[in-house]
Design a protein around this ligand. Structure first.
Ligand SMILES: Nc1ncnc2c1ncn2[C@@H]1O[C@H](COP(=O)(O)OP(=O)(O)OP(=O)(O)O)[C@@H](O)[C@H]1O
Ligand SMILES: O=C(O)c1ccc[n+]([C@@H]2O[C@H](COP(=O)([O-])O)[C@@H](O)[C@H]2O)c1
Length: 198
């Protein structure tokens, strides 16, 4: 059972893989907005992405767990992974709000997501269900006609795409994502990184 009036930030993502950019914005928003907790919420099937390549949903979930580690301010929200199918945020928020009527939810998005918010499923309905917090992202405008509270947090020009590319080219990803996630990627042989014993 949720505590009364707890302020929870939801960082939804594909986390393919999770990286320093995700961790930085989560901590930045938590701090700037006085949130009690940030939940990282991996989606099952992302609504607006072509696919997730060779990482399946359980692997993305595991990598997200490893990324947040033991940080007591961070948690995992597995509602979308457990539901399966295409993860429309509007539907997810209905379920979350019904489960935890006392919790105040804030949905955190990066500048590229801000730019494309108008294309989200049931966006007008969704706006009535949850408050949006946006953060800048290099290469995006972070502009929308929808009411998004833009928050200034440290930014890093990093994406999961860039990490997958580096791994497939055998290049270093050290410090771009937490070591336990790198070890998992190598152990599972994800993103063309090649299987290793360590
Ligand atoms: N470096 C970053 N700065 C700000 N926001 C980010 C950054 N990286 C990701 N985000 C935001 O985090 C959320 C989840 O991102 P996602 O898991 O899709 O990662 P991604 O790096 O954008 O992935 P990909 O490169 O595969 O598209 C999105 O709202 C996205 O805008
Ligand atoms: O509901 C939608 O139509 C919708 C469209 C695009 C993205 N989202 C959600 O926004 C979050 C970030 O998306 P992504 O694709 O950058 O990982 C993630 O939780 C997605 O499920 C949701």
């Amino acid at each position: 059972m949720a505590e009364q009036g707890k302020k929870v930030g939801i960082l939804g993502g594909t986390f393919n893989p999770p990286h320093a950019g995700h961790l930085l914005i989560a901590e930045g928003v938590r701090d700037a907005c006085g949130l009690d907790e940030i939940r990282f919420m991996p989606n099952a099937v992302p609504p607006h992405k072509a696919g997730t390549g060779d990482a399946d949903a359980p692997q993305r979930l595991r990598m997200t767990e490893l990324a947040i580690g033991t940080n007591p301010d961070f948690a995992i929200e597995r509602i979308e992974i457990d539901a399966g199918g295409i993860s429309y945020t509007s539907r997810t928020m209905d379920i979350l709000k019904e489960k935890e009527p006392e919790t105040e939810f804030y949905f955190i998005i990066g500048g590229d997501s801000v730019d494309h918010l108008g294309q989200w499923y049931d966006i007008d309905g969704l706006m009535k269900k949850v408050s949006f917090i946006g953060v800048g992202r290099p290469g995006s405008r972070g502009i929308t006609q929808y009411p998004v509270r833009m928050v200034d947090v440290p930014q890093i020009d990093l994406s999961s795409t860039e990490i997958r590319r580096r791994l497939s080219e055998g290049r270093s990803v050290r410090y771009l994502l937490p070591d336990p996630v790198i070890s998992f990627i190598r152990k599972e042989g994800l993103y063309g990184s090649g299987k290793t014993e360590s």
